[in-house]
Design a protein around this ligand. Structure first.
Ligand SMILES: [Ca+2]
Length: 96
């Protein structure tokens, strides 16, 4: 009998926890945002070519300009996310 009570107690204690099924946590920061803040060394909310190159040294001015659609010499999150998308969908770079 004791064990039955124990089970009942556990069930009661557990109920509120189970009741509040946590809604799926909002995708914390998106991957793009995370990458963006990683690149944004001075945290001004935009990426300069220097900042991008600090992380990805093979990035050229031409690459940068391609995605700097408003020619502000800085990438906004929107511009950067386009770049990331393009990078993601590009074929894997050759090894070596
Ligand atoms: Ca910056």
């Amino acid at each position: 009998m004791k064990s039955l009570i124990a089970v009942a107690t556990i069930a009661v204690l557990a109920a509120p926890v189970l009741a509040q099924t946590p809604t799926a946590p909002p995708k914390s920061k998106s991957m793009v945002e995370e990458a963006f803040s990683k690149h944004d060394a001075d945290k001004d909310g935009t990426l300069s070519l220097t900042e991008v190159q600090a992380v990805e040294s093979k990035v050229t001015q031409a690459d940068f300009d391609k995605y700097d659609s408003d020619k502000s010499k800085a990438l906004s999150l929107a511009e950067f996310s386009k770049w990331v998308e393009a990078t993601m969908t590009a074929p894997a770079s050759k090894p070596g």
